[in-house]
Write a protein that binds this ligand. Structure first.
Ligand code: FAD
Length: 335
């Protein structure tokens, strides 16, 4: 059981900034995210795009913003449960929330801050018969830890940056054999990544199959082979340990929709006084919440996080006085 003061669902920019603001009040935070890395939309959708409306940064790449937020949060030693979806909430006899993830990890906290953005990013799954039987038995939709594929035969499907980047990474001394299967001949990823894949293919480190798609999966309990259909020369059966279809992720509100929260148009209703929801002890900040005048902007989520932790502090310590202090006076550890 992981115990913390504020359990944050979603490690996007708003969740990460909450760690800093809570840390100033000496509140500990633990973040849960369904994705294997922190950063939410900034890391998953547009890490290399510049953002122009972060105060004091005329321009900053979304990925760099996440690095800075991680650095700013680091002194407060947040905990992370990554690659797991927050699934069920209940209350124990002491009034604390017990949150269980889809992988069974249990967390306990007096306060829950939902910073779930657009919701969970669900993988787009290819329409292949029997696919579900091999999920976590050779079929994965996200690469969490490349070491998992060490000395294994891996087939990756997709034509975007993640498919290209992982094919390159695994081919450079990690996997035993890497095959990249793509429906078209053109790739959507960065030109330099496409060139690298071509170079690896020419050197025999990646087997490249274009105008091709995986149409069948076979095995007993674990995946043993897939059938690839190509436009030019029909069906090929390939023996493999893993098939990783990387066709992108689409956001869904997911389990949060079942937590008895007031929801309007896929967003959680909050009171703008402190961003509390209708369930005492549960707050919602960032893209996931809604209120009159709501703007889905990172800087608005930062403001919401700042006010929210003040209210959370008062809930946890109703008898303590909270006086606003400036970080410029004594640094971040003197609060
Ligand atoms: C292309 C693009 C460009 C943008 N440009 C700008 C810009 O210039 N300026 C700006 O201010 N904003 C911009 N935005 C919007 C900005 O990215 C969002 O406002 C911001 O990411 C919201 O942050 P968040 O922390 O609320 O949520 P997100 O960044 O969406 O993070 C939420 C996290 O919660 C996780 N999650 C959800 N449900 C669960 C669950 N049940 N269990 C576990 N984890 C869960 C998700 O996996 C996700 O990682 C842009 C967005 C896009 C897509």
């Amino acid at each position: 059981m992981i115990q913390t003061d504020i359990l944050i669902i979603g490690a996007g920019p708003c969740g990460l900034f909450t760690v800093f603001e809570a840390g100033l009040l000496k509140l500990r935070c633990h973040l849960i995210d369904a994705l294997p890395q922190a950063g939410g939309q900034c890391s998953e959708i547009y890490p290399k795009k510049p953002i122009y409306d972060i105060p004091a940064y005329p321009s900053i790449l979304a990925g760099d913003l996440v690095d800075k937020l991680m650095e700013q949060a680091a002194p407060f030693e947040p905990g992370f449960t990554l690659g797991e979806r927050a699934e069920e909430i209940e209350k124990d006899e002491e009034g604390q929330f017990i949150l269980t993830t889809n992988r069974g990890t249990k967390h306990r906290a007096p306060i829950i801050a939902i910073a779930g953005g657009l919701g969970c990013f669900e993988p787009r799954k290819p329409p292949v018969d029997g696919l579900a039987n091999f999920e976590d038995h050779g079929v994965e939709y996200i690469i969490k830890d490349p070491e998992f594929y060490r000395d294994k035969k891996v087939i990756i499907s997709g034509g975007g940056d993640s498919a290209l980047d992982w094919a390159i990474f695994l081919a450079e001394g990690v996997a035993k054999e890497v095959t990249l299967v793509h429906r078209r001949t053109e790739f959507r990823g960065h030109l330099d990544s496409v060139q690298k894949v071509m170079d690896h293919a020419a050197a025999g480190r990646i087997r490249l199959m274009t105008n091709a798609e995986v149409v069948e999966v076979h095995g007993d309990t674990d995946l043993q082979s897939v059938v690839v259909k190509t436009k030019e020369d029909g069906m090929h059966t390939l023996a493999t340990d893993h098939w990783v279809p990387l066709f992108g992720l689409s956001p869904k509100l997911g389990p949060i929709a079942d937590w008895n929260l007031n929801i309007t148009k896929n967003a959680v209703e909050v009171d703008t006084f402190d961003y509390s929801t209708n369930v005492p002890g549960i707050y919602a900040i960032g893209d996931i919440n809604t209120y009159p005048g709501k703007l889905k902007l990172i800087l608005c989520g930062f403001h919401e996080a700042t006010l929210m932790v003040q209210s959370a502090f008062k809930r946890i310590y109703p008898d303590k006085n909270l006086v606003l202090k400036y970080t410029t006076v004594n640094g971040v550890n003197a609060f």
